[in-house]
Unconditional design. Structure first.
Length: 90
């Protein structure tokens, strides 16, 4: 139970960070490009993690289910931030 709460807290932290980046991109036009760079780098890191899953999973000492759950949580946080940016109107 404690592990589920811990992972849920990290997921919510990722959602908050992604929403904060989207909010900053909506505040000022100069920050919009910075926001897109952050999202592109995060998406590239996610794709790289998917491609190199066997090596990264062993390095992080995670089980297969835990690793893919982590990747799904990261992708969900990125998508939620992008949806927020779209809803804000940026």
């Amino acid at each position: 139970m404690a592990r589920a709460i811990h992972l849920g807290a990290w997921f919510l932290t990722g959602c908050i960070a992604s929403s904060f980046v989207a909010w900053l991109g909506a505040i000022h036009p100069a920050l919009l490009r910075v926001m897109w760079v952050i999202y592109i780098v995060a998406a590239a890191a996610l794709v790289l993690a998917l491609v190199t899953d066997d090596a990264v999973r062993v390095f992080l000492k995670l089980g297969e289910q835990d690793y893919y759950a982590l990747l799904i949580a990261i992708a969900s946080a990125i998508i939620l931030g992008g949806i927020l940016q779209w809803l804000i109107g940026g």
